[in-house]
Design a protein. Structure first.
Lengths: 317, 282
C-alpha cells in the first residue's frame, strides 16, 4: 500500500551497496559470519523494564551481537556489518476503557502491534504495517493471551506495542537469495517480542499465569557443500546470518512454571535430523524440545529483570 | 543433567548478562526436580514474588488478590511484595496469601516525601462496591454522566485524610485540584472509565422528587460507589449514602464552595448558596 501521508525515504536498502565481486575476492571471504557458540549455547540477553515513563509498562530487549559482528566493529573490513543483533522496545498501555463502539467484554481485550522501524532491516520498511508485521502481531497476541488472566480485568483493553529497532537478518547479507530462503529472522524477532512483552506486562502489573518467554531452535546444514547427504543439526538460538542453510526453525512461547506452550510456530522441513545415539526423537520433536530449552534460558533473564526492577522500585519508594 | 547458569557479568547499571548452557534436559525431569525443591521449601513464604512463582500450598493458605491456584499450589500472578494475612482467630479459615501492587512502603512514615517523587501509577479497575472519585461531565434530566478519576483503595481507611491515603494512584489531592480546575478539562475523558449516576440512585429518600440540576453540576467532583459494571459504555454509580455525593464544587462565580448541609454548598466570597447532593465531610 502506498503511504501518501508522510515524506518517505527512498525505497530499497538501508545500507550502502557493495559489489558482489568484492565479496568473492580475498577481502570479503572471511567477513562471512560463523557461529562461534556451541549448538546449545544461547546468546546473552539484555532486558530492562520501566524505561518509558508514559506507558504503564515497558521493556527494552537486546540480543548480544555475534562474535563476527564484534570483530567487524573493532577491525572493519567492509562498510556493511556482517550480521545484526535484535533490538526492540515494548510498551504496554492500559488497562484502559474500551472504545465506545466496542461491545461489552467481561475480559481484558488484548491488542498487539508489532512494527519495524524504517531502518530496522536491511530493506527499508514503510510506515504502514505490512503483512509480515501484522503476522507477527497475531502470533504475539496468541502467545500472550494464553498467559494473561483476562477475566480479572473486565471491560478494559490492553494495548501492547513492539517497536523493532534492529531486526535479525534472514540470511547472510552477501548471499544471493535461493530456494532455502524464508523469513528465518522473523522467528527470532517473534521470540524477542514475546520475552519483551512478557516483561512489560509484568512491569504494568497485569495478572498473568507465568512470565512467558520465547525461544528459537533450528535445524541447520552448514556443510552442505562437501556431503549433501549429511543430516541437518539442531542448534539453539540461531542467528540466520551465521548459517549457510537453515532447513527448518521453530519458535515457542513457553511458561516454565506450568510446563505449557502457548504458541508454537514451526517452519520448514523437519523430517530429518542428526541426533545422538539412542535418541529416538523425530525431527520436529527435537526441534520443539530445543526451542523450549532456549525459552527456558530466556526465562531466567526475564525473571531476573522483573525481580531487579521490583527491587529497584521498592528501594526508591 | 543440569541447567548450568553462570552469571558472567553484572555491572551496577542494571545490565543483566546471563550465559546459559543447557544440556538436553527433558522437561519432565525439570518439573520433577522443581517440584521436589518446592516441597522442601513449603514452610517459608518468599518476601518478593514474580509472576509464576510458587508461594505455598493451597492446603495451608488461601489465595488472595494477585495470586492464582494451579494444582493445589498458590502461584503469584503479579510482581510485588508477598503479604501474609493471618487467619481470623476462632474460625476455620486459613491465612491468606496475597501479592500487593502497592510499592509505597515509605508512604506511612513520610507521605509528603513519597508523593514528592513521581510514583508509577497502577490502574485499579472499578469493581462493584468500590468507592470512586469522578468528575461530572454532563447533567441530564434522568441521569448524570461522570468520568472516573480515581478508584479509592480499600486498604486506605475511610477516615484517613485524602492526601494521606496510601493509594496506588498518584497524589489524589493534585488529581482533584487539577480536575476541579475548569482549565484542565481536556479530551483525556476518552482515556477514563465513564460512569452514569441515574436519577433514582442519587439519594436514598424522596427519590421521586430528585431534580438532577439541583444535585450535580458539570465539573463537580463526586464520591460514588459502583453499583454494577453496567453496559458496554459506562459503569453505574450511586450516591445514595451520607458519605457519598459532591465533595468539591465551584460556584457560578467560579469559587470553590464549602458544604453547609447535606443539600447545600456556599460560596465563601459572594456568600451565595447552591444546591448539591453533598457528601458528609470526614
Amino acid at each position: 500500500m502506498n503511504d501518501r501521508r508522510r515524506v518517505n525515504g527512498p525505497p530499497g536498502g538501508t545500507r550502502p551497496p557493495v559489489y558482489a565481486s568484492l565479496l568473492q575476492s580475498g577481502t570479503g571471504a572471511d567477513t562471512r559470519a560463523q557461529r562461534q557458540r556451541q549448538p546449545t549455547d544461547l546468546r546473552k540477553i539484555f532486558l530492562k523494564t520501566g524505561l518509558i515513563p508514559s506507558a504503564s509498562g515497558s521493556s527494552y530487549l537486546e540480543f548480544e551481537p555475534s562474535a563476527s559482528l564484534a570483530a567487524a566493529r573493532s577491525n572493519p573490513k567492509s562498510l556493511i556489518p556482517p550480521s545484526s543483533a535484535l533490538k526492540l522496545a515494548c510498551t504496554v498501555h492500559g488497562p484502559k476503557p474500551l472504545p465506545r463502539s466496542a461491545p461489552f467484554s467481561p475480559n481484558l481485550v488484548l491488542t498487539t502491534h508489532v512494527k519495524y522501524a524504517p531502518f530496522a532491516a536491511r530493506k527499508r520498511k514503510g510506515h504502514v504495517r505490512d503483512s509480515s508485521e501484522r503476522d507477527l502481531g497475531v502470533h504475539l497476541e496468541t502467545a500472550l493471551r494464553g498467559a494473561i488472566i483476562a477475566e480479572r480485568w473486565p471491560k478494559s483493553g490492553l494495548d501492547i506495542t513492539v517497536t523493532i529497532l534492529e531486526a535479525e537478518d534472514d540470511r547472510w547479507w552477501g548471499d544471493v537469495p535461493d530456494s532455502h530462503d524464508a523469513s528465518w529472522g522473523m522467528m527470532n524477532v517473534l521470540a524477542g517480542c514475546i520475552s519483551a512483552a512478557s516483561a512489560a506486562i509484568a512491569d504494568a502489573h497485569i495478572d498473568c499465569l507465568d512470565l512467558v518467554s520465547g525461544g528459537v531452535a533450528a535445524l541447520v546444514s552448514d556443510d552442505s557443500t562437501d556431503s549433501p547427504s549429511a543430516l541437518p543439526k539442531l542448534m539453539l538460538d540461531t542467528d540466520p546470518a551465521e548459517h549457510r542453510s537453515i532447513v527448518s526453525a521453530c519458535v515457542v512461547a513457553y511458561m516454565p512454571a506450568r510446563d505449557e506452550i502457548t504458541e508454537l510456530w514451526l517452519k520448514g522441513d523437519s523430517s530429518k535430523v542428526s541426533t545422538a545415539d539412542g535418541d529416538q526423537r523425530s525431527g520436529h520433536e527435537a526441534l520443539i524440545d530445543g526451542a523450549v530449552d532456549a525459552a527456558r534460558g530466556a526465562h531466567t533473564v526475564l525473571a531476573e529483570a522483573v525481580r531487579e526492577s521490583l527491587q529497584k522500585t521498592l528501594g526508591q519508594s | 543433567m543440569s541447567n548450568k547458569c553462570q552469571c558472567v557479568d553484572k555491572p551496577p547499571n542494571g545490565l543483566i548478562v546471563l550465559a546459559l548452557i543447557i544440556r538436553g534436559e527433558k522437561s519432565e525431569e525439570a518439573l520433577k526436580r522443581r517440584n521436589g525443591t518446592a516441597n522442601t521449601m513449603a514452610t517459608s513464604v518468599p518476601s518478593l514474588a514474580i509472576p509464576g512463582q510458587r508461594l505455598g500450598s493451597a492446603n495451608t493458605y488461601a489465595a488472595g488478590p494477585g495470586t492464582h491456584i494451579q494444582q493445589t499450589n498458590i502461584f503469584a500472578s503479579i510482581a510485588g511484595p508477598v503479604i501474609l494475612d493471618p487467619a481470623q482467630p476462632n474460625t476455620q479459615s486459613k491465612a491468606t496469601l496475597r501479592v500487593t501492587r502497592i510499592l509505597s512502603t515509605a508512604a506511612q512514615s513520610s507521605p509528603a516525601a513519597a508523593f514528592a517523587k513521581s510514583k508509577p501509577r497502577y490502574n485499579t479497575l472499578p469493581a462493584v462496591d468500590s468507592i470512586v472519585l469522578a468528575r461530572v461531565t454532563r447533567v441530564q434530566k434522568r441521569q448524570a454522566a461522570v468520568s472516573i478519576l480515581v478508584v479509592l483503595d480499600e486498604t486506605s481507611a475511610p477516615n484517613a485524610d485524602l492526601t494521606k491515603a496510601a493509594s496506588d494512584n498518584d497524589n489524589i489531592a493534585s488529581i482533584l485540584t487539577s480536575a476541579a480546575n475548569p482549565e484542565n478539562h481536556s479530551s483525556t475523558d476518552e482515556l477514563r472509565f465513564q460512569a452514569i449516576i441515574r436519577k433514582e440512585d442519587v439519594r436514598a429518600v424522596e427519590k421521586d422528587r430528585v431534580v438532577m440540576e439541583d444535585m450535580f453540576r458539570v465539573g463537580d467532583i463526586v464520591r460514588g460507589c459502583v453499583l454494577s459494571l453496567g453496559d458496554q459504555t459506562s459503569y453505574y454509580l450511586t450516591t445514595a449514602r451520607n458519605d457519598l455525593g459532591v465533595v468539591m464544587a465551584r460556584s457560578e462565580a467560579g469559587n470553590m464552595m464549602f458544604p453547609v448541609s447535606w443539600k447545600e454548598m456556599r460560596d465563601p466570597v459572594t456568600g451565595a448558596g447552591e444546591q448539591r447532593k453533598v457528601a458528609r465531610p470526614y
